[in-house]
Structures are given as C-alpha cells and as structure tokens.
Design a protein around this ligand. Sequence first.
Ligand code: HEM
Length: 418
Amino acid sequence: MTETLALDPQRIRELFDLRGEHFVTRGGAFDEDPYPAFHRLRETGPVHEGIVGPLVGYHGEAFFQGLPYPDRPHFSVFDYATCQEVLRDPETFSSVPPPDSPEAAMAKSVMLYMDGEQHRRYRALVQSSFVPKRGRWWIDRWIQGTVDALLDAIEPNGRADLNVDYFAAIPLLTICGSFGVSVADALRIREAAVSDGQGLGVFSEIVMPIVEARRREPQDDLISVLVQAQITDEETGERHALADADVLGFSFLLLTAGSGTTWKQLGITTYALLTHPHWLAAVRSDRSLLRGAVEESLRWMPTDPMFARHVKRDATLHGVRIPEGSVIHLCFAAANRDPARWERPDEFDPTRPPSTHLGFGGGPHICLGMHVARAEIQTAISALLDRLPNLRLDPDAEPPRITGMYERGPTSIPVVWG
Ligand code: HEM
C-alpha cells in the first residue's frame, strides 16, 4: 500500500471539492439548511407538485437522476409512508426512464434504470459480493490497507482536513482496488470524471485491458465476478456471459454509485460526531456504539437526499392526482425526519432503537453496496479514534458546513489531535 502514501493532498483537494465546478450541477451552491423547509413541506403536503430544489427555494442548476426532464410534470414526496408506498409499487412508479430521454440508453445495461425481472437478474449477478458476510473480504483486501496507509501519512502532522486528506480516497481506492485498478489509474479516472462530468472514456481505456486479462485468468476480484457471471437471455432463455459493454456499464455504475456517496457520508458521520462531543466520547470508549452512529447519520443526514421514479399510469397519492408521464421525486432526507416515525427527529442520537430508514433508499433498488459502505465508514472512523488521540475540530479553522442540494456533504473537516 506504499502507493497510497504518495497521494498529493493538493491534487486530491482539486478532485474532491464540493464547491468546485463538478458539483455545481448537483446543486453544490446550495448551502442553507433545507430541513426546516422539508418539515414545512411534509406538514403542508406531504405530496407537492414541483421539484424538491425549487420547493425549498433553490433555483440553481439541477442535474441528477430524474432531472431535468423539463417537459414533464414533476411531483415530490416528503413523508416516510408515501415514499415507501411509491418504492414498493414499481409497476406504477418505475425506474425505467422514458424511451425519448437522455437516460434511456442506460436502461439496457445499468440496473439503476431497470425494472422487474430484468432488474432482478442483473442485480443477482453480483449480489453475492455485496452480502453482509462479504464485509470481511472488502475490509481485509482493500479497506483496512487504505485506511492504515492514509493515517500513516497524516498522523505525524497533528492536524488535517479529514474530508480531503482521509475520507476522499477511501471509497475511490476501495472500489477501484476491487476492480484491479491501480491507485494512479483510480486518480486518472476521478480526474476525467471531474473534468467532463462522466469520465467513461478514460474508465473504459483503463478497465478494458483488465476485463480481457480476467477473461483469460480470473482472480479474487469484482471484474472476475462480472466476467464469469452468466445471465439468462430474456427472449431465448439461454444463458451467456456478459458482453464487454455490459461489464463496463456494470463496473462504471459501481464506481459512480459507490465512491462519491460513501466519501460524503463518511464526512457527515464524522461531522455529526465532532459537533456532538459527548457522542464522540461515548463511541470512542464503547466502539459497539459506532454501528448505531453510522446508521443514525444515514437517517439524520443522508448524502443522497432524493431519488426519482417515472410514473407509468395515472395514480393518486394523498389526494394529489399524479398523471402518467410525470416524474416523482422521493425526498428521503425529509422522510427520514418524519415525526410520525421518529421521536425528536432532528436530533442526532446514535442510541435510537434500530428502524428502517431511507438513507440507502428502499424497495427493489435499495442500495446494492450498503454493507460495503457501512464497512468502509465503520473501519475508517474506528481507525481514526484508535490512532488520533483527543481528536477535535480545529478551533482556529472555519467550521465545517454541509452543502449541496442533490448531493450533500461537508465542505471540509479541519481537525487537530494530541
Ligand atoms: C453511504 C454511501 C451510499 C449511499 C448513501 C447510497 C445510496 C443509494 C441509494 C439511495 C440508492 C437507491 C437508488 C434508487 O432507489 O433509485 C442506491 C443504489 C445503488 N447503490 Fe448505493 N449508496 C452508497 C454506497 C454505495 C456503494 C459503496 C456501492 C457499491 C460499491 C453502491 C452501489 C449502488 C448500486 C449498484 C445501486 C443501484 C441498485 C439497484 O438499482 O438495484 N452504493 N444507493
């Protein structure tokens, strides 16, 4: 893992800047607290015509799943029960984008944009690498080594911006490591993604030779799982290996879904602990509380505050008529603070009794990588607490702020220790 030590903090800062150009289209300029508006919209709805951003007063750029679709009616849902009702009825509220839309091309190979049997078959191809008991495989092979090497680099300094110096690289190197991609190439992929908003060209250039090598000689990694997977053809019923384009599409989805999200949720969880020092002290002395703290951060402030569905037939939700062809946005962040489900919903309390939240979504598309994300966040924060004594926010630095409308996370997490 000596490669990891060579990470250049300035380069990482440029590649992971929530206020940078890449995030503008994700509502990066939004830096207010949306939760008071979420409460108001739930109380006066919970289903409203319109899009979450403008409904809370944010009118900047919006490019996210289900957006922009300027020619379609949009609706947004702000309570827990109605979000679950929509998630559990994929025949009415579908993940498949309309055929004339820019997202439609992805519906052929990207499971996020599939429904029903096709979705189930694609998801089943990799599910076994993402079950809870595979957590150790991820930790031992990729997470722990990255975490230790990054801490080796920052420990002597006595201060760091954890958001950049520690959290940013952990999910990127975990998922790229599981593809057999080197640290240097993982950073090239990130660079391409930040510069053109996608980075698929560079990704393909780097991953295709690995796909070819694993077809010849499989190893204990994810690309090998994908090239060995057999999918049943919907029309002929015959089983065949995934085409190269499908392997690429699949692995690209894992990279895009799994790196930025976990980075930002790592930051949110640590922000929550540092700004609630009694919980930080409790977790430090009783590490079994960490699991609850991670779950609570996903409820209290999920990095993905909303996802959308496409309405395939006329429906009515809470008395609001939703015509076929509409886009419906499920505001998971608002649903996660629904007082009908949680007492003191605005409070960060890692000792709440476990209950299902929507930080990883719900229904058939519930986050495939959630156990990997949990393993990364728990391993990274536990190592922080083991190695950096008396960890606290840097009193001389600007305090961290959570920003973003469609993807949320802290701007920076300046800390000192010792
Ligand atoms: C804290 C980190 C993460 C958060 C908050 C998160 C959140 C989500 C959410 C809300 C969805 C549901 C989308 C929908 O309903 O349309 C989702 C789906 C997905 N996530 Fe995650 N995710 C995280 C980490 C990961 C990781 C680490 C991976 C992979 C290594 C991953 C892979 C996926 C995939 C493949 C899907 C699509 C699943 C499907 O369509 O069946 N995610 N994620």
